[in-house]
Ligand binder design. Structure first.
Ligand SMILES: [Zn+2]
Length: 372
């Protein structure tokens, strides 16, 4: 039995190049992809449009780069199609706001299924109010993140101008690898959008302030990222402040992929956000993962024409992370509906080497779900 289990991965590897070419993945291996994860990712994405990206946080190796579209697998879905990150982005927001001293772990914001500001109604879920930061992440409170982001951008006393405030904000996001191409070792990568002063001054010719762009506080509006960048965000949080540029070629000698990148985020901010991401899986919006592993994560439900997109970022184990994952399923509904349980299965498969019978049954149910 042991011998057979050792032989299977090599059999799968032999078949991989054909599949890789069809998906737009490199064929000049050896690659860092784990066949078991790649196949599980492809299976879970059947009948759906989206991507599953997994990275080893300890070395930046891409473990899974599974994609699907109505026309078959297409790697651009993961690396070349920036989309709104939704509430997964609240992790990066919290890290930035904490580092700048705009909020503390005790900062509370009122929310009664959202709030009304002039003609604008911001929706939120039913949860107790007011929430402090960790609960605001675990329960994904929109009010908390819109109000605190706007207060940073409108803090003229601290920054002197809106331009300077947004430039500071952007510098944190860029230090986390967001908003621009990461220059991975593959063709077809796109950057995305992170609102900057020049862009905002062009776009809002009559002027703008924190409230004009506060939707970015919850990952909508003037911010788009690729699933690859979202997975790298999970990597940098897993490592509490650093990452290697993701890469798919094994044993690379290119210094670009062997140099640790440090984020601008204050180290103490990470322990707060990591705790909050653990709470999200344990008792917040991501309990649908249903796992005994100490997974830290954040759901995202992205508003767009038609059914919402379902997203999730996470990593595990909490103390010494071995895998970081992002899942993005177009029109998949709530982040908790599809993306979170899909990520949970991938993490379990990687950490245990196989799925339990209960998890395998769950994988079959998810794989059978078709989304038009
Ligand atoms: Zn709320």
């Amino acid at each position: 039995m042991k011998n057979i289990r050792n032989i299977i991965p090599f059999c799968l590897l032999a078949f991989l190049p054909v599949g890789l070419r069809a998906q737009g993945l490199p064929t000049d291996g050896p690659l860092t992809l784990r066949p078991m994860l790649q196949q599980l990712g492809e299976r879970l994405l059947q009948g759906k449009t989206g991507s599953i990206v997994a990275i080893n946080p300890q070395n930046g190796e891409i473990l899974c780069l599974a994609t699907n579209t109505p026309h078959g697998a297409d790697v651009r879905q993961a690396i070349g199609k920036p989309q709104a990150p939704g509430s997964t982005f609240k992790t990066a927001q919290a890290l930035t706001l904490l580092s700048e001293g705009i909020v503390t772990v005790d900062t509370k914001v009122e929310c009664n299924k959202g709030f009304i500001d002039g003609n604008i109604r911001v929706g939120c879920h039913q949860h107790r109010s007011p929430l402090a930061l960790k609960d605001a992440i675990a329960q994904s409170c929109n009010s908390w993140f819109l109000v605190t982001f706007a207060s940073m951008i409108n803090d003229d006393f601290m920054y002197g101008s809106k331009d300077e405030a947004i430039t500071t904000w952007r510098s944190y996001m860029q230090s986390m690898g967001l908003g621009g191409p990461m220059h991975i070792d593959m063709e077809g990568e796109q950057g995305g959008l992170l609102a900057g002063a020049d862009y905002l001054n062009r776009r809002y010719k009559d002027g703008w302030d924190g409230k004009t762009i506060w939707w970015a506080g919850m990952g909508q509006g003037d911010v788009t990222l690729t699933p690859l960048q979202l997975c790298n965000l999970a990597v940098s949080i897993a490592n509490r402040g650093w990452y290697y540029v993701p890469h798919i070629h094994k044993d690379t000698k290119n210094p670009r992929y062997l140099t640790r990148r440090q984020t601008k985020v204050a180290r103490e901010a990470y322990s707060i956000v990591v705790d909050a991401m653990r709470m999200a899986v344990d008792q917040g919006t991501a309990t649908s993962i249903k796992t005994s592993y100490p997974i830290c994560g954040k759901t995202g439900t992205i508003e767009n024409p038609g059914e919402d997109h379902s997203a999730f970022i996470g990593f595990a184990p909490m103390a010494e992370p071995k895998i970081a994952v992002s899942v993005y399923v177009e029109h998949g509904g709530f982040g908790a509906d599809l993306a979170a349980p899909m990520a949970g299965l991938l993490i379990e498969a990687y950490l245990k080497g196989q799925l339990t019978p209960a998890s395998e049954a769950r994988a079959k149910r998810i794989a059978a779900k078709k989304i038009k």
